[in-house]
Design a protein around this ligand. Sequence first.
Ligand SMILES: [Zn+2]
Length: 284
Amino acid sequence: MSDNQTPQKAANRLSKILDAIPAEFQKRFPVDVPLMAMETANIFKWSDPITEIEGVAIKKFDGMLFPNESKTAWKLLYNSKVTSEGRTRFTQAHELGHYILHRTMQNEFMCTEEDMRNWSADSNNIEAQADLFASHLLMPLNDYRKQLNAEVDFDLLGHCADRYGVSLTAATLRWLEHTDDSAVLVVSKDGYMDWAWSSNRAFNAGAFFKTSQSAIEIPSASLAANATVTHDRHGVEMAAQVWFPHADKNSILKEMKIVSEQYDCVFTILKLPRSEKVWGPWKY
Ligand SMILES: [Zn+2]
């Protein structure tokens, strides 16, 4: 990465500048990413600024970043067919992340929708780094923590999504990234998991789903599988064994649900007791 930057450090540097601007001159959130992108070269004292930011109908990609021939200026493109303002903002921040962190390593960047949620801990993955940068820039932790003044459910995460102008998915992943709770986000389609993401505590407790390795069916006794329920934003309690067969039989988890008609999928949050372990027997 250039200039010994890490995604977190670079985002924090820009956040500090935004924090210092008095409230009468700016609305702090959502972050004005295009304005920030045009100013970034100034802030870092670089001579190859981003000079153009444009929405174009790009097939297959959500965002692109590339330089002019002499590499003295960069252009940031985002997919104008994406109608979600939150997704567009995240894409712009992701491309800004590539500009700050990776432009000396690679000539052009073409990023898909999947790249926008590659929040893996793999520090060598440039897509994960760009996502980490975007999530930290758009949702600074000090401010995010202040929003979490009640038990986390889809209402509170929806409030965060509105405040930061991001999708509910991005706001939920940001929460999972730093929470001490044992929680899992599951996104499912037609009764099968599309993808899932666990907080650290949940992951270490064995509460995760390897959706890339095999098709995993939604448990029939879950709220997610119950077609008569479209929303339960606060959640219901149920036996943890419904989702995790190796959980203690007396253990209770909370399942929350939202159906997204726009994306034709079901969002589920599972919250387990913090001390619960759900590893299969081969782990003992
Ligand atoms: Zn990317």
